[in-house]
Design a protein around this ligand. Sequence first.
Ligand code: ATP
Length: 342
Amino acid sequence: MSDSRFLVAEGVRKTFDGTTALDDAGVQVAEGTSLALLGPSGCGKTTLLRVIAGLETPDHGTVSVGREVLTGFCHHVPAERRRVGMVFQDAALFPHLSVARNVAYGLSRQEVAAGRVQEALEMVDLAHLAQRRPHELSGGQGQRVALARALAPRPRILLFDEPFTGLDTALRVKVRTEIHALLRQVGMTSVFVTHDQEEAFVLGDRVAVMRDGRVRQEGTPAEVYARPADPWVARFVGEANLLPGRSDHRVASTVLGRVPLGADGPDGDVTVLVRPEHLDLAPGAGGTVTDVAFYGHDSSYTVRVGDQALLVRAAAAPRFRIGDEVDVRFGGPAATAYASSH
Ligand code: ATP
């Protein structure tokens, strides 16, 4: 059976010259799964990754992999003895070495003799390019060589620090999909650092949302999107209408009328989260369209209702124009709400 606490970091604190980078941060990752660490710039993602890798010693906290304590009270296993692989933002390949020699770099003679280079290149489907130099590779192939190099020593976990930032948008989508599939196929436990919500949702079986050195919420992408822990997380992981309302017995009265709330919806003054795709427009007199944008796969509208500007998404080409009078209807599942003191 796979270990649900294969990688555990707990109570991690780290201060740099008076700046608190991590403040009681922690994550746990089940064996063979991936976790995306998502958060804005400066929230401590990279520092947490470096603590897990053993490149940074925390002021407090523990890190264990496969129940072996790597960082603990007066105990620090050095990075090179952790069997933790890392893939960085730029592939950082040696330009004068072939693909095979880049992958072999850092392996022992015995490991090379045992065929680890070939094994790793086959995993990323690049064995046929073993003799090429980095400048003869596409950006995506370069990232796969970097991944092969990280896989070659057979690490127990793999850590990725914004690995696709250097790639253009189309390639980025392709490479991250491939890498995600590949890691799943080989059953690798992995952690990805990213500030991009879409990337986190694609790459992470689970997502940990960080802010100011702490993990604010951890869950599957669907859980985090549908039931964000607070309004800040709600906005960070997607487009959000946050509407003031008053709730009684799990029904909130808002500018949209009555919105049903989930089982743990609070009573009293609330802020209700309504995702734009849960709103529909119909001809009517409830509000006025003030902006329309067409994205190809869908359209978005801004609609003024009372003193609220609502964002609405529709999976079709625009049916309304700026200035049109419309009714906005809530058509989603039970919404999440926060007591207004949040
Ligand atoms: P980004 O997405 O911009 O890389 P991040 O979430 O990865 O950000 P960290 O790099 O972990 O954030 O940094 C967290 C905080 O700690 C920031 O305020 C940063 O300036 C500070 N910090 C990180 N490393 C050091 C260091 N070596 N010396 C001083 N301050 C540091």
